[in-house]
Write a protein that binds this ligand. Structure first.
Ligand code: SAM
Length: 417
């Protein structure tokens, strides 16, 4: 059954005597147990009230922990509530037991919004005035967060073998897909990413025929590639069938790509696929992956990009979701150093795109080429005919040009003067 989050009451018996009266020692124990379990601590407040014991509260991003210690009984109680899928609640319980040196740990789970299908509920209070509780989905990053107001019921929520999958409607951003509570797309702005992931490469390449998409389980990238008449086959390798099925059911706007006759969908690991693939077999490769966590970690390695390079035919182009240069600076610099090494810096071009629901809104794509230059080699005639005939929402001749203009801070990160 779907629940809003998890709420546990952890009772710790026989805790270390030296912790019982000293809030300065208890605070780090509690914060470390929570932090190591994926919780983001916002602030905490600890007070001792002799002889009544110690009380502490820890505010978390998406939850809280409340502590009471009775020094006399060497007993502590911690109530932990978290609505973030990134928090390993069971791990936190184990760490609390260890951190407090407890002789016995009793855990009781208290339902937290269990079966709450309607995410926006309306109640009547005593005075019969209408009270509306709005529910927000929040994605957390270091030092900032993005909140989207839900509209109605959670449409899909399940845990696959790889990740937590959610689809829900929002009041302003259309339908949203999240994986492990990170936004993958909103139907209101998905076109930015999907059009820019595909069309600049297709018009820079003289005659793309065979394309490969790694990831991209929502179907948006394949949808855009399939619009190109020269492309005969698109192989798509997505690891998670649950993402594909859920999108087919609930996000047909993007999932339609995967049912295009040109698309050959393989459910499998993109890393393994690339490992065994034939050299020089694709004109365009798009790495449409999640952030480098879980199954996509191996998609952000030099080894993987070398394989992708080898799979490109002469004049082939590799497009990569290269994260935000604002917030993912380490991985951004690292992947471009791999691209420079493998393709040569003159063949590596960073593109800036603006996607409001990809926090912080500034995102990047990497264009890595075995020859074609993204500005000098554009087939302008083909491009103009395409833009005039397709009902696109972001890509056009000027956006193609403009996306390669880099702000100073990005040039500095890339070591491009
Ligand atoms: N545009 C999105 C973004 O930047 O947030 C990416 C969306 S797409 C849904 C990402 C997909 O990559 C997910 O469906 C995920 O299952 C898939 N994926 C992650 N690791 C993978 C791997 N090793 N092989 C194939 N697909 C993978």
């Amino acid at each position: 059954m779907v629940a809003l989050g998890r709420q546990v009451v952890v009772e710790l018996y026989g805790v270390k005597a030296e912790l019982c009266a000293d809030s300065k020692r208890v605070q780090p124990v509690l914060e470390e147990a929570l932090g190591a379990s994926g919780a983001q601590v916002v602030r905490s407040d600890f007070n001792t009230f002799p002889p009544n014991g110690m009380v502490g509260t820890v505010v978390l991003e998406g939850g809280h922990a409340a502590l009471y210690i009775s020094p006399e009984s060497r007993f502590a109680s911690v109530t932990l509530l978290s609505v973030s899928a990134q928090v390993d609640v069971d791990g936190a319980v184990a760490r609390l037991g260890k951190g407090f040196g407890a002789e016995r740990v009793d855990v009781r789970e208290v339902p937290c919004g269990e079966g709450l299908e309607s995410e926006t509920t309306t109640e009547r209070n005593a005075g019969d005035a209408e009270v509306t509780h709005r529910t927000w989905f929040t994605e957390f990053d270091v030092g900032m967060s993005l909140s989207l107001e839900l509209d109605g019921e959670m449409l899909f929520h399940d845990q696959s073998d790889f990740q937590d999958v959610k689809i829900f409607d929002t009041t302003k951003w259309g339908r949203v897909l999240t994986l492990d509570d990170y936004v993958m797309l909103s139907t209101r702005d998905e076109y930015v990413y999907h059009e820019m992931m595909t069309h600049p490469a297709c018009f820079s390449h003289p005659n793309p025929k065979r394309a490969l998409v790694i990831g991209g389980g929502d179907g948006g990238t394949v949808r855009e590639l399939a619009k190109h008449a020269s492309i005969e086959e698109i192989v798509m390798v997505e690891i998670d069938a649950m993402v594909v099925d859920a999108c087919r059911d609930l996000i047909p706007e993007t999932a339609c790509g995967m049912d295009h006759p040109k698309c050959n969908l393989i459910i499998g690991d993109g890393i393994a696929y690339v490992e065994d693939a034939e050299a020089e077999s694709f004109d365009i490769i798009c790495i449409d992956s999640t952030d480098p966590l879980g199954p996509s970690k191996g998609l952000f390695t030099e080894k993987f990009y070398r394989k992708a390079h080898a799979m490109l035919r002469p004049r082939g182009i590799l497009m990569v979701q290269s994260e935000s240069p604002r917030t993912k600076i380490k991985v951004f610099k690292e992947v471009y150093s791999f691209f420079d090494e493998i393709f040569g810096q003159e063949n590596v071009h960073c593109m800036m795109i603006h996607v409001p629901t990809y926090m912080p809104g500034t995102w990047s794509l990497a264009f890595c080429s075995k020859g074609p230059h993204p500005l000098a080699d554009v087939d302008r005639e083909r491009q103009a005919a395409f833009v005039a005939s397709q009902d696109l929402n972001y890509y056009n001749e000027a956006m193609h040009q403009g996306a390669f203009a880099l702000p100073g801070y990005v040039r500095k990160l890339l070591g491009r003067g």
